[in-house]
Design a protein around this ligand. Structure first.
Ligand code: NDP
Length: 381
């Protein structure tokens, strides 16, 4: 039995992970579940999966959770500190980080220090502090297994390749709901339109990031750290059908790709079961339903968040941390109708120009950068 902690159990990735665990209840056991404020769902999940511990980050919800779970013999804690500490429990084998944004950083650092295998959905952790996280994982000999479908695809292509050199990788992008739109058209799109992703059903933040192409930019940065690549080795290709999840091109020009219907349960299960593959009841790909797989270049003039991500990689230091913080504030403001869709990338760019650059940041520098960039972005909003 692999004992699993799910950080962000009530979200899109967290709930799908629980479905995977339910399908393989002879192999996985839930040890810890956490949520931010959704006490009702957390309680339901805890009663069903009987974890040892649950944590609710929002302390105002603690009483409700505690009252519902004490008679089930489940320990309950509240607050950010509890969330950051619970990952160190001896009984945990693997931590699935499915929180949103910067909030994933400290729990991931603590889990690595406690030598837990990480199944990483929370890409923002690597965007904010990739260098620090990878160094820490190497020092502690901890595996970081990608959950993001593109990175899982690359990872699956690399199994068995040992030290064979990667020439480059291609991250595929669906293009999101606004593929092909001009800046004039984008000036008036609403959050309701932006929240309708053509191929994937995901949490609100990543869905907006997909519409602005920021998600692909964050994935470029994530790929750099996961696979030790230079920016020029990472290319993005728009593939609207989302069947090819990404590709690796080796030194000899040969390319390997990983394919399947868009279904996050596949990469989640692979990260949990690695190095094995377990059976799955998921729908199979039918060639005749997809007689054409098509490819386009991304429009980085219109969706310039992707350019900003490459710029952050090239500049290095704390630049990606600044971009991530600005983007979290800007997306939140867009979802609250405070700014327009195009202003998200504008705020990101201006914040990158205004925040202090630090070439070799420590953990404390990342914390300070995150605070400063958020405050600049809030002023810009
Ligand atoms: P959701 O918004 O659906 O869920 C987020 C989860 O994290 C919820 O359980 C939420 O709790 C919890 N949470 C949010 N903020 C905090 C916080 N400040 N402190 C503690 N807990 C918090 O997100 P997704 O599942 O879509 O995404 C999770 C991560 O996975 C993101 O980093 C995303 O980029 C990445 N990812 C997601 C994919 C997807 O298909 N959804 C695909 C690839 C990557 P509550 O419900 O109580 O608010």
């Amino acid at each position: 039995m692999k004992k699993i902690a799910i950080l962000g159990a009530t979200g899109s990735i967290g709930t799908q992970a629980l479905e995977v665990i339910e399908e393989h209840s002879d192999k996985f056991q839930v040890e810890v579940l956490t949520a931010n404020g959704n006490a009702d769902l957390l309680i339901q999940q805890a009663i069903k999966f009987k974890p040892n511990v649950v944590v609710i980050a929002d302390k105002t919800q603690y009483k409700k959770v505690e009252e519902a779970l004490w008679q089930h013999d489940i320990k309950t804690y509240a607050g950010e500190e509890a969330l950051a500490q619970v990952v160190q429990m001896d009984s945990i084998d693997l931590v699935l980080t499915a929180l949103v944004g910067y909030s994933g950083l400290l729990p991931t650092i603590n889990a690595i220090k406690a030598k837990k295998t990480i199944a990483l959905a929370n890409k923002e952790t690597l965007v904010v502090a990739g260098e620090l996280i990878i160094k820490l994982a190497q020092e502690n000999q901890v595996a970081i297994l990608p959950v993001d479908s593109e990175h899982s695809a690359i990872f699956q292509c690399l199994v068995g390749e040992f030290n064979n050199k990667i020439e480059k990788i291609y991250l595929t992008a669906s293009g999101g709901p606004f593929r092909g739109k001009t800046r004039e058209e984008l000036a008036i799109v609403t959050k309701e339109q932006a929240l309708k992703h053509p191929n994937w059903d995901m949490g609100a933040k990543i869905t907006i990031d997909s519409a602005t192409l920021m998600n692909k930019g964050l994935e470029v940065i994530e790929a750099k750290w996961l696979f030790n690549l230079q920016p020029e080795q990472i290319d993005v290709i728009v593939h609207p059908q989302s069947i090819i999840h990404s590709l690796v091109q080796f030194e000899d020009g040969s390319m390997k790709a990983q394919l399947g219907l868009p279904d996050m349960k596949h990469p989640i299960q692979y990260a949990l079961s690695f190095p094995e593959r377990f059976s799955s009841q998921s729908k199979r790909f039918e060639f005749m339903n997809y007689p054409e797989l098509t490819f386009e270049k991304p429009d980085t003039e219109t969706f310039f968040n992707l350019q900003l991500a490459y710029h952050a990689l090239e500049k290095g230091g704390n630049t990606a941390c600044i971009l991530n913080a600005a983007n979290e504030i800007a997306v939140d403001a867009f979802l609250k109708d405070k700014i327009t869709f195009l202003q998200i990338a504008e705020i990101n760019q201006q914040c990158m120009e205004k925040a202090n650059f630090i070439a070799h940041p420590t953990y404390e520098d990342y914390v300070a950068t995150n605070t400063q960039a958020r405050s600049i972005a809030k002023e810009l909003v």
